[in-house]
Design a protein around this ligand. Sequence first.
Ligand code: PLP
Length: 432
Amino acid sequence: MSSYWMPFTANRQFLAHPRILVGAEGMYFTKADGTKVLDGTSGLWCVNAGHGRKEIAKAVGDQIAALDYAPAFQMGHPGVFELAAKLTAILPGDLDHAFFVNSGSEAVESALKIALAYHQARGEGARRRFIGRERGYHGADFAGTAVGGIGNNRKGFGDLGIPVDHLIGIYDPALAFTRGEPNQGADRADDLERLIALHGANTIAAVIVEPFAGSAGVLVSPKGYLARLREICDRHGILLIFDEVITGFGRIGASFAAARFGVIPDMITLAKGLTNGTVPMGAVGVRSGIYKTMMSTDAPEGAVELPHGYTYSGHPVACAAALAALDIFEREDLFARAGKMESVLEDAVHSLRGLPHIVDIRNIGMAAAIELEPRETRPNARAFDAYLKCFERGLLIRVTGETIALSPPLIVTSDELGAMIKTLSSVLKDLD
Ligand code: PLP
C-alpha cells in the first residue's frame, strides 16, 4: 500500500491501521467490512447535499457520453456558460463573473494572480504584497501556503518567495464557549492599518481571509470584523478576497458568508460544495469592475487579456456535476435548511460542555468545533485519538491540532445530530 503517498495524512500510522471506505449513500459511508460510518464532516466539507445523489451521477454519465472534453482555451461548450450564469446569479452584489479552476487551492492562486494583473492594468504594478491572517488556510499551493497562517503547514517549506504578511488572528480564548459570532473583537481588523503603515498601502495588492476559519477549527469572525476590513481596504485601494471554499454553498446557513454578513468582497474563492464533492472543480467569483478593467485593454482584440488558466478549467463533466448540484441545492432549499438547523447543531454541540478535556466549543452555520486541552506529553494526540475512536464507533469527525470539527451534510436530521453527539460524548468520556 505504501506506493500511495497520502496527502495531509500520518502515512505510517495509516499503513499500520488502514481506514478504507468503499461506498457512500445519504449521510453514511460504508467501510470495507460493510459497517456504516455517519458522516459528521461532509467528507472534507464538500458533500453538502449528502452522498450518492443520483441526479449528479446521471448528469455526469450523460455528459461524458455527449461531450467528454472540450479545450478550455479559445473555445467553449454550453455547460460552462450556463454554469457561470447560474453561479453568478447566486453570488451576492456585483460578483458577476466566474473564472473556473479545479480546486480550492487553484481558486486561491488564480484570485491572487488576478489581483496582481488587475493592479498592473491600472498602472499600480507596485502592489505585489498579499495579506493573510494568522491561522488562515488557503490551500496547499505556493501562494496559498504563503498567505496561509497555520505554522505546521508553512514552516517545513522555508521561504516560499512570495511577499506576504499576516493579520493577527481572530481567536480570543477569553471568549470560549461563545455561541455563533463573538460580540467583541471587530477591532482586530484594525491590525490591517498596522500592516499598511509598515509596508505602505501602495505595495499591497490584496487581503485574503476566510469569513470563518475552517481548517484551523471553526474560528468565527467577530461581529462587524468583515465590514471593518472592507472599509479599510476601500480606503487604501486594496482588494478584499473572501476564501469561501468551506463557507460557501450553504455551510454558513446562507448561500455564502458574503451574503449572510452583507459584506461584498472583490473576489470570492469557491470549490468543494460546488459539485457536491463529486468532481474536482473550483471557481473565482469576480466583481464587474475588475473584469471590466481587464477587458478594457488597448491590446489588439486577438490578445489574451489574462494569460492564466488550466487544461481542465470549466471541464464539461465538472460543469455537469456542478449544474446538477446547484439544482439540488435550489430544489431542496438546502441553504435555508442549513440556516434553520443552525440552532439545532448549536444546542447539540454546546450540550457537550462540562465533559472531560473540553476547553472551548464554537459554532456558526452548519459547522462546529470542540477544542480539547492538549496532553502535556504529546500535543495534538488527544484529538487524533478521539478521531480514531469515533471512526471505530461509526462516526467520521475531522481533527486539526486539538480541535474536533463537525460539519455534517446540510440534509442532516436532528436525530442524526443527536447520534453524533452521543458517540462523541462516549468517546470523550473514554479518552485519557
Ligand atoms: N481554501 C480554504 C478556505 C479551504 O478550506 C481549502 C481546503 O480545505 C482550500 C482553500 C483548498 O482547497 P483544495 O483542497 O480543494 O485545494
